[in-house]
Design a protein around this ligand. Structure first.
Ligand code: PEP
Length: 253
């Protein structure tokens, strides 16, 4: 195995009320706090449920994050939430660059770069998502596409704390489809991303920074990814909404 602590992150997307979220993390806590620290676990609820989750997780090893934020600290941006607001409520992580944000809300590399910079500056740890669509994979361009997204998102960003950033390789064709990448394909992309990180921030940094796989991870598929030394955990969508599935994934990580 490698020296990086595996991370299991749940992306709840637009699911769960504050009460449902609070009940879920209460159960999650009972299961994870017993397991004792070999895996880092976080959940990323919708904004209205963050406070309930924060309060139920006080004193727990389990962390939590947001699913989005604006790049400005404050201002006339109706409907938006900023990094300092999240930081002030004790938020640890923020998902940025998710393919649903890119696809449904027009977020491009430049927007994602601004958000990554704002999050890091504020002390939030981004989970920076990237990945290719099916046509790009079939054209043999997956690795190059992901390298480009990585470089574009991190351009000009100074980083000296490798645990302050998490990258998640999420092939779009695998998200919410029940199809996973093979562990071999995930390792190919993740190895290329780690090399890119080494070129930008140095070998030592790249050996500590975590890179996750995401896309239809289930209790059945988790072990195929976690047996790979190159893969440092998973970003889980659908299966993270179900306490039995999510705890099974955590226990197998
Ligand atoms: C995700 O939303 O990041 C994700 C990987 O979703 P799912 O596990 O449902 O494919």
């Amino acid at each position: 195995g490698n020296k990086r602590t595996p991370l299991v992150a749940g992306n709840w997307k637009m699911h769960k009320t504050p009460a449902e979220a609070g009940n879920f993390v209460k159960l999650l806590r009972e299961s994870v706090d017993q397991q004792g620290g070999s895996v880092e676990v976080i959940v990323c609820p919708p904004f209205p449920a963050l406070a309930a989750v924060a309060s139920k997780l006080a004193g727990s090893e389990i962390g939590w994050g947001a699913q989005n934020m604006h790049w400005e600290a404050k201002g006339a941006f109706t409907g938006e939430v900023s990094a300092p607001m999240l930081q002030a409520m004790g938020c640890h992580y923020v998902i940025l660059g998710h393919s649903e944000r890119r696809g449904h809300f027009g977020e491009n590399d430049e927007v994602i770069r601004k958000k990554l910079t704002a999050a890091i500056t504020c002390g939030l740890r981004p989970i920076f998502c990237l990945g290719e669509d099916l046509a790009t994979r079939e054209a043999g361009q997956a690795v190059e596409h992901c390298r480009k997204q990585l470089r574009a998102g991190l351009e000009g960003l100074e980083l000296n704390q490798p645990l302050a950033l998490v990258v998640a390789y999420e092939p779009i064709w695998a998200i919410g489809t029940g199809k996973t990448a093979t562990a071999e394909d995930a390792v190919e992309v993740i190895s290329a991303l780690r090399q890119e990180i080494a070129d930008m921030y140095g070998e030592e940094f790249a050996s500590i920074m975590r890179i996750l796989y995401g896309g239809s991870v289930s209790p059945e598929s988790i072990s195929s990814f976690m047996k790979e030394e190159m893969i440092d955990g998973v970003l889980v969508g659908g299966a993270s909404l179900d306490i039995d599935k999510f705890t099974a994934i955590i226990q197998t990580t």
